[in-house]
Design a protein around this ligand. Structure first.
Ligand code: FAS
Ligand code: PHB
Length: 389
């Protein structure tokens, strides 16, 4: 079996890349270790940068996104009983779109099936090999049968726990990591959003976020201890704690209801350098992780895919390999700025166990400066809507 590009991972990175290549006549095969149903059962990101929206539109797969996605021209940072609104349109010239990653992935799978893209599900023992040669290949097993996929290039789109990053030798790979001393307890509820825009809240009891998916599907998060488990948090306990961390007028009018999904995610900042090794290129969570405070996980994966797809298309269609040779440097230049923004938002809005009263004063001073300085708001807004590709 042969393909020009072997893509490991059928999440948003892998699917976006596969379809961008297919649109330019480049043959890619996707190898996914789970079932499609399992991939689509994950509840993750909710905010899309314009860059990702444009990629979806260019692929002709944005009809639902353009119909059901909600245009958000700003967001609110609240602290104690004060608030500062970030006006994206005024300060960054563009909005963000609120549309769940699950729906993005669903749309991409629908497109892949309509375009007869080849995807292998429930792959086991996936091993990229001979990556430093001109003839790399990937072996894998599916339903007890062994396969060998010959290819020109391998795209490692297999997430943080995937196999691809480990193919870069340890003496070549540098990993930068910061693990945060708390997690996010997330709840999805079939209730109307508490506010028409997202609310990020810095409260003495810990961080909280009011987000949404549509007019009757809301997504909420509260900062929780790393030792917490979902079983410890009844719906009632969650709603009670959330209401104590957000502005009173929002808490008083919030509609609560049974959780349809409840999960705890750890928070980390992580970057692997380089993001390529021989003929393998890493995209998305396979190469980097951000705390979700800045809504950058899915969106930075899209930026990687933009750079890699451009590099592969220019290689195959214009005989120009400079984009491939410079992929890692280009992707990392943007990614480190995104890591900084996500780290900064996380430090600004969370309560850290070892935080001193001075540290808390620094957070409040930063928030008060934002409330009175439009240039400071502009810097935040331009980072939040997404840095240029
Ligand atoms: P993904 O992890 O989405 O996809 C990788 C795919 O590869 C998976 O389908 C996996 O099954 C497959 N795979 C793994 N190993 C394999 C192997 N050996 N062989 C074949 N396939 C393999 N981002 C935000 O912006 N906002 C959020 O609120 C947010 N919340 C998150 C909550 C959680 C619990 C997690 C884990 C992440 C969250 N993220 C969030 C980040 C998330 O959205 C990622 O950035 C996004 O899924 C990145 O997409 P991929 O790079 O495709 O990685
Ligand atoms: C979400 O809706 O899941 C979401 C939104 C914004 C974030 C993180 C998560 O910063």
């Amino acid at each position: 079996m042969r393909a020009q590009v072997a893509i490991i991972g059928g999440g948003p990175s892998g699917l976006l890349l596969a379809q961008l290549l297919m649109a330019q006549g480049i043959d890619a095969v996707v190898l996914e270790c789970q079932t499609k149903e399992h991939v689509l059962s994950r509840i993750r990101a909710g905010v899309l940068e314009q860059g990702l929206v444009e990629i979806m539109r260019n692929l002709g797969v944005a009809d639902r996104l353009d119909t059901e996605g909600m245009i958000h021209n700003g967001t609110v940072l609240s602290y104690d009983n004060d608030q500062v609104r970030l006006d994206f349109t005024e300060h960054a010239g563009k909005p963000v779109i609120v549309y769940g990653q699950t729906e993005v992935t669903r749309d991409l799978y629908d497109l892949r099936e309509q375009t007869s893209g080849q995807t292998f599900f429930e792959c086991e023992e996936v091993h990229p090999q001979d990556l430093k040669s001109d003839a790399p290949f990937v072996t894998f097993r599916q339903y007890g049968k062994d396969f060998r996929l010959e290819c020109d290039y391998v795209a490692g789109c297999d997430g943080f726990h995937g196999v691809s990053r480990q193919c870069i030798p340890e003496n070549v790979r540098t990993e930068y990591e910061k693990i945060y001393p708390f997690g996010w307890l997330g709840v999805l509820s079939e209730t109307p959003p508490a506010h028409h825009e997202l609310i990020y809240s810095n409260s003495a009891r810990g961080f909280a976020l009011c987000s949404q998916r549509n007019s009757n599907l809301s997504r909420y998060y509260i900062q929780c201890d790393l030792t917490d488990s979902v079983d410890q948090w009844s719906d009632e306990a969650f709603w009670d704690e959330l209401k104590r961390r957000i502005p009173e007028e929002v808490a008083d009018t919030m509609v609560t209801g049974p959780s349809v999904e409840k999960s705890i995610a750890p928070l980390r900042s992580f970057v692997c350098e380089p993001m390529q090794w021989g003929r393998m290129f890493l995209c998305g969570d396979a190469a980097h992780i951000v705390p979700p405070t800045g809504a950058k996980g899915l969106n930075s994966a899209a930026a990687d895919v933009h750079y890699l797809s451009e590099g592969l298309i220019n290689h195959y269609n214009n005989n120009d390999s400079r984009g491939l040779e410079g992929y890692s440097q280009k992707a990392l230049e943007r990614m480190w700025k995104t890591e900084r923004f996500s780290w900064w938002m996380t430090n600004l809005l969370h309560r850290f166990p070892d935080q001193s009263t001075f540290d808390q004063k620094m957070q409040r001073a930063e928030l008060e400066f934002l409330a009175e300085n439009q240039l400071a708001v502009a810097v935040l807004a331009q980072n939040y809507v997404g840095l240029p590709y």
